[in-house]
Design a protein around this ligand. Structure first.
Ligand code: ATP
Ligand code: MG
Length: 578
């Protein structure tokens, strides 16, 4: 997939997105609905996360889709906490979800809702179903319910409690609410059809007892509605028009419609399913991500190796890059796995535009210029961006002793090595051409610890006099003027392209033991002294880095490598085209 034209303008202005947005089957449905004046021409979508974890890049796809559609059609998009299961839901997750949606660039204005605010209404709807003989209290155990349900090839069997009278059901349900029964004693079930070819429709559970405090309603309730009951009703209460969800809910759509039809609600939203995002080398399941956090495989939900928006933000990914990625992958009806290289490509593309250039040396090797006066210091005025003069310049000090990248020197280089080696010349970026004269080695290990060079004063600014050719340019920092920095290099968190593997496979066995490499003695140019946490830079020749917003301080700089410079995605794309 080659990059599309016009991408940059598109990024710059969210408001102009509609002029460029590709159409997809969901937008096609909405177009038809608008033509038919369905919903009086209204478009209302929602993004309904359960606050039991941080948002990940898969959620970003859904956020971009729902908020994007609302913006494109002049509609609204609600942010709704789908918080009907007290287990694992917390205020911290609510806070993080709000922060991440905002950071992505979307605004729900005053449309933040909580399914837990609808508990009373949803309860009353359940009572209505009971009164109409469409729901009953079932006292089978969870295990028995499962057995009675049957399978795809085997019909279900009626519960012995299916014929309870309305009066008895109303009484039992009220007492369930009042807390008279222990967990598991009873559930409320819809009375639909135990012989339905769709297993979801075989008298699904609508309510269960859970004696756990809820992060918002505390101990007010001890019965909680199931997703299939709460979700459609929340959509209806909020007058959503298009309820967009992922494919695994396709079988639940008849139930979504059954509930709303039987209750004859005023607003009956349309559920539309699309394929969830799967990314290679990545896990996108909140449960598994939570396990990584709980078991200490990562430092937290915002570990820069995590596919969470908090992790990506900390790593230096930009919202523009993520939105761009979400747009490129599009929306389809069939499951597939997107190459993570496409995401990295989008990050690189965006940072290439916006990240100021600096020089930093990850693995320093001392370089001494023997014919440069020891007490002299020069400053080079270097552009912050080679193609954007309006981004200005920064001053980079130069002196007799510098640091260069260890891998930019080889004692015994192959022929096509265009960096520094004994007797060879190289250009120090923005500065002078130097020639390596000799090296100093560690007596014990034999390792080169210092490279001695002579510089040519005629080549100031790195320009060789006419007729002279110097192939290589390397980056450097002045030893005395540069700042020490810790640099964290990240690699993929998983080694396997599909770490989720089989259903019960242990995904942690695919963890990449080399996913984090911490360099403690890197050096960066002094212009970075005033850098703001979270800001992104291109370290020339190395990649994109950002100042760690959590651990970095003025006294002790910490950089995260966001992504390398090399564009491995372009290669892959090239191969695919052949
Ligand atoms: P997970 O499987 O990671 O636990 P979830 O579906 O349980 O995700 P929710 O909080 O319920 O998490 O998700 C909120 C919304 O985001 C839902 O509408 C869901 O369909 C959507 N969503 C979740 N994961 C993805 C994904 N990988 N791609 C696209 N949309 C997703
Ligand atoms: Mg879910």
């Amino acid at each position: 997939m080659p990059p599309k034209e016009g991408k940059k303008q598109e990024n710059a202005k969210m408001t102009k997105m509609d002029e460029f947005l590709p159409s997809d089957f969901i937008r096609a449905i909405i177009d038809e609905d608008l033509k038919a004046n369905k919903n009086e021409g209204r478009v209302a979508t929602r993004f309904p996360p359960e606050p039991n974890g941080y948002l990940h890049i898969g959620h970003a796809k859904s956020v971009c889709l729902n908020f994007g559609i609302a913006a494109q059609y002049g509609g609204v998009c609600h942010l709704r906490m789908d918080d009907t299961d007290p287990t694992g839901e917390t205020l911290e997750y609510v806070r993080s979800i709000k922060q991440d949606v905002k950071w992505l660039g979307f605004d729900w204005q005053d449309r933040l809702f909580y399914a837990s605010d609808y508990y009373e209404q949803i309860y009353q709807y359940a009572v209505q179903l009971i009164k109409e003989g469409k729901a009953y209290v079932c006292s089978l155990s969870t295990e028995e319910i499962r057995k009675y349900r049957g399978t795809l090839t085997e019909l279900g069997k009626d519960s012995p409690y299916r014929q309870r009278s309305v009066t008895e059901n109303l009484d039992l349900f009220a007492r369930m609410r009042a807390g008279e029964f222990p967990e598991g004693a009873h559930v409320l079930r819809a009375k639909i059809d135990m012989a339905s070819p769709n297993v979801t429709m075989r008298d699904p559970v609508l309510y269960r007892i859970k004696r756990e405090p809820h992060y918002r309603t505390s101990n007010q309730w001890c019965i909680y509605p199931m997703y299939d009951f709460a979700h459609c009703l929340s959509d209806s209460i909020e007058k959503i028009t298009h309820s967009i969800c992922t494919l695994e809910f396709e079988n639940n759509r008849p139930l979504y419609d059954w509930v709303l039809d039987e209750l004859k609600v005023e607003c009956h939203p349309q559920q539309i399913e699309f394929a969830r995002l799967n990314l290679s080398y990545t896990i996108l399941s909140k449960r598994k991500l939570a396990e990584l956090v709980e078991k200490g495989y990562v430092t937290g939900w915002n570990d820069p190796r995590m596919p969470t928006l908090a992790g990506m933000r900390r790593r230096g990914y930009t919202p523009e890059a993520i939105r761009n990625f979400c747009e490129r992958i599009g929306v389809a009806k069939r499951d597939n796995i997107v190459d993570i290289a496409l995401l990295e490509y989008c990050v690189r593309e965006d940072l290439n535009e916006r990240a100021p250039r600096v020089m930093g040396v990850l693995h320093p090797l001392r370089l001494v210029i023997d014919n440069y006066p020891a007490d002299r210091r020069e400053e080079f005025e270097c552009p912050r961006h080679p193609q954007k003069p309006d981004m200005g310049t920064r001053k980079v000090p130069f002196s007799r002793t510098l640091y260069i990248e260890r891998e930019d020197f080889l004692e015994d280089p192959p022929k096509n090595y265009f960096r520094l080696a004994p007797g060879r010349e190289v250009r120090l970026r923005y500065a002078y051409i130097v020639k390596c004269e000799h090296v100093v080695k560690d007596r014990q290990t034999g390792e080169v610890v210092e490279v001695h060079c002579l510089y040519d004063p005629q080549t100031r600014g790195g320009l060789p006099p006419a007729g002279r050719k110097v192939e290589g340019t390397i980056h450097w920092v002045s030893a005395a003027h540069s700042l020490p920095a810790e640099v964290r290099l990240y690699d993929r968190l998983f080694q396997a392209a599909n770490p989720s593997g089989g259903k019960d496979g242990d995904f942690t066995k695919h963890l990449n033991p080399k996913s984090l490499d911490i360099l403690k003695s890197s050096r960066v140019e002094p212009s970075l002294a005033a850098a703001v946490p979270g800001s992104q830079y291109q370290f020339e020749r190395l990649g994109y880095f950002c100042i760690d917003p959590v651990d970095s301080s003025r006294e002790a700089l910490v950089f995260n490598r966001t992504v390398t410079l090399r564009d491995s995605w372009a290669k892959t794309a090239g191969q695919e085209k052949k």
